[in-house]
Design a binder for this molecule. Structure first.
Ligand code: GLY
Ligand code: MN
Ligand code: MN
Length: 294
């Protein structure tokens, strides 16, 4: 059948919209994908000490996750992003040929796809030597707080756009306090201004399911411009990226890129963080790494 056939287009939209609300089977499959991804992240963390300083160390991390995904699931749900140091500032860094260096961060965005083809989509940003520097902790904590604000905004009846706006409000305020915004956070947050977007760059989430960017053909009124309903499943993933040549920031901040991404289910009266068993708070992240390196 021809792809410019009007009926085919309607069918594609219908299929995408039919996937907006997940049933119990789908939610259970997603939890399996998330739990397997959690194990895969722990495999990657265990692989970090041996990868430090090695040529293409990022690929040693990628391989650790791939083994878990192929063993427990069908495959990886999308190319794993293994971004050490300033590679984190390159949004879809999938070349993964860089080196892990003591004192830098590693941003890892990876998901296991289970046999039923449902995939998780999770990002953690970890200190390679186990401890955040003060500058890394400051940016990490800001992203953590933005993500917390985003997750709080996920509930039935909320606009889809609310969680992104809630996360952006926190990041813009942080930029204002760090003295790098030429306007107030409030001014920057106006759609026609958006100066904070220099460091935040991407949207704060998307629907998740059989496709990593699920429901992508849904009409704006049912998705982007729509309202959250019980059974929707989405990522909340604010990020903050300071390029190595960004002289608006002091030297110790340059090259820091942080994203934290979790898989969130809209419930009857709020939401559940389905990947919430994976540590996110900076203190918990440090304790997590220490426990796996004992
Ligand atoms: N891993 C792709 C994304 O986070 O959207
Ligand atoms: Mn995502
Ligand atoms: Mn992701």
């Amino acid at each position: 059948p021809s792809h410019d056939n009007e009926g085919d287009k309607d069918f594609v939209v219908w299929l995408s919209e039919a996937r907006l609300i997940k049933d119990k089977f789908e939610i259970d499959e997603m939890q399996k994908a998330i739990d397997s991804t959690h194990r895969g992240f722990e495999d990657m963390i265990r692989a970090i000490p041996n990868a430090v300083g090695k040529k293409r160390g990022e690929r040693l991390i990628e391989g650790a996750f791939f083994t878990r995904a192929r063993h427990e699931g069908n495959d990886i749900g999308y190319d794993s992003i293994i971004a050490a140091g300033s590679h984190a500032c390159i949004l879809h860094w999938i070349k993964n040929d860089g080196e892990l260096r003591d004192g830098e961060l590693i941003l890892i965005d990876a998901g296991v796809e289970v046999e039923s083809l449902y995939t998780s989509d999770i990002t953690r940003t970890l200190p390679i030597n186990g401890k955040f520097t003060p500058a890394q902790r400051k940016i990490y904590t800001l992203v953590y707080e933005a993500q917390e604000a985003g997750i709080k905004a996920v509930k039935p009846g909320a606009k889809y756009r609310d969680f992104h706006n809630a996360a952006m409000a926190v990041l813009a305020k942080g930029l204002e306090e760090m003295g790098v915004l030429p306007v107030s956070a409030e001014e920057s947050l106006k759609p026609e201004v958006g100066l904070h977007r220099r460091w935040t760059v991407h949207g704060s989430g998307h629907m998740l399911g059989i496709d990593v960017h699920d429901c992508a053909q849904a009409r704006n009124e049912t998705y982007i411009d729509g309202v959250l309903e019980e059974g929707m499943l989405l990522t909340v993933e604010p990020g903050f990226y300071i390029h190595p040549d960004d002289t608006l920031f002091p030297a110790e901040y340059r090259g820091i890129g942080v994203r934290i991404e979790d898989d969130i289910l809209v419930t009857k009266d709020g939401c559940i963080n389905m990947s919430g068993a994976m540590p996110r708070h900076p203190d918990e992240v440090e304790a997590w790494l220490a426990s796996l390196w004992k």
